[in-house]
Design a binder for this molecule. Structure first.
Ligand SMILES: [Mg+2]
Length: 394
């Protein structure tokens, strides 16, 4: 049998926003500094020196200045983090075409297709990437190498900053056993405290010491997944995203927090209007719409619904907006951000006959609107709800 190789890499930039700023302001290196809008009043990234002083994210900037009075507060630089992130992932793609960008500063690589023969060769190539990102961008990044995504991700976060942890094939379970259960993805601080308090489970090995029926009592139906995770088992492939798009999404951070239902409903419909033309242009249809709302303290809620059949028409999704917003926006506190995602993507071609004539008419109209919007931005055709008008809060 072929011995597996640790070809899966997780990378996670260290204090990313702050690191991007420090690349421009090297004089601040080694100081307590943080990126945080004074205006928004929330810390979004803190240097390790500031963290040692008690600053964390998300924390109100005013509170951060109280616990760390000599904190240097840096404003967000528009566009900077996206540019640095893009270059960082471009450098990753010089190593392998299989790059999954998970967020602005985290992702997975699969070095499998490179045809490498030894662990040492793999390690050298990833070390080279870490050095190159630093040389070119002055951004420190931590890496984990393992045989799967789960273990690589846990490994990358273990020795930050500038971490580099390799988990040799066959040692996944032994690697996880002495770690706190809270290191497992999905086990948050509350669950961790409950597991310790009610069941005496603190480390991954405590969890694995339990019998199957005990695990079932503790975790319910998901116990097998939890046990597989604790053993370091994970089959998920690295997904590059440029095979067929798996979802279409858009988000909007508000300049001021929004608290009025009708206003938010209008924003969401505007996002539908932005996304569906892209879906039509890609000759795709989508079935599921997911709405996410985020509060100023970064807590968030999500709700999704699926149509009976996939479609590429805005009008099919408008009726979902109100019920989705009601379901997702439970706390009714003002919102900082809303995002819309369309998933369950299907090919559009060859399915026309499945749709009724009225849908065909609407689709033709939608196509006309798309073309008009392309030709003249200023004369853009608007759907009724795009014209701001006072409405009762339903
Ligand atoms: Mg990071």
């Amino acid at each position: 049998m072929l011995r597996p190789l640790p070809t899966i890499v997780h990378l996670d930039a260290d204090a990313f926003f702050v690191s991007c700023e420090l690349a421009l302001r090297p004089d601040l290196r080694g100081t307590k500094c943080a990126v945080g809008g004074r205006e928004r009043g929330i810390i979004s990234s803190a240097s390790y020196e500031a963290r040692a002083c008690g600053v964390y994210t998300p924390m109100p900037s005013q509170r951060a200045l109280q616990v760390c009075p000599d904190l240097v507060l840096l404003p967000h630089t528009a566009g900077l983090y996206g540019r640095v992130s893009g270059r960082m992932f471009d450098l990753c793609e010089t190593l392998t075409p299989l790059v999954q960008r998970n967020s602005i500063d985290e992702g997975y690589l699969d070095l499998g297709p490179g045809g490498l023969a030894t662990d040492a060769e793999l390690t050298a190539r990833v070390r080279g990437l870490q050095a190159r990102i630093w040389d070119e961008l002055q951004v420190p990044v931590s890496f984990g190498l393992a045989t799967n995504k789960l273990v690589a991700q846990i490994a990358s976060k273990l020795r930050k900053p500038r971490g580099f942890v390799v988990v040799p094939p066959g040692t996944e379970a032994a690697f996880l056993a002495p770690l706190a259960v809270g290191k497992l993805p999905g086990i948050g601080a509350k669950t961790e405290a409950a597991l310790a308090g009610a069941h005496g489970i603190r480390l991954v090995r405590d969890l694995l010491a339990r019998t199957e029926s005990e695990l079932e009592v503790i975790f319910g139906r998901g116990w097998r997944e939890i046990r597989a995770m604790a053993r370091g088992e994970d089959e998920r492939p690295v997904e590059t995203g440029d095979d067929d798009a798996k979802s279409y999404s858009q988000q909007e951070t508000f300049g001021r927090d929004l608290g009025e239902f009708a206003e938010i409903e209008r924003v969401v419909k505007g996002m539908i209007d932005e996304l569906l033309p892209k879906i039509r242009a890609d000759r795709k249809r989508v079935r599921t719409m997911t709405l996410k709302v985020r509060y100023p303290d970064f807590s968030q809620e999500t709700h999704g619904r699926s149509l009976a059949a996939a479609t590429d028409l805005e009008t099919a999704f408008y009726p979902l907006v109100e019920p989705l917003l009601r379901a997702a926006w439970k706390q009714r506190r003002p919102l900082r951000l809303v995002s819309v995602r369309f998933s369950t993507v299907e090919e559009s071609a060859g399915q026309l006959e499945m749709f009724a004539e009225s849908d065909e008419k609407r689709r033709r109209l939608a196509g006309v609107i798309d073309r008009l919007n392309q030709t003249g931005r200023n004369l853009a055709v608007r759907h009724g709800h795009q014209l701001a008008k006072p409405r009762e809060d339903p």
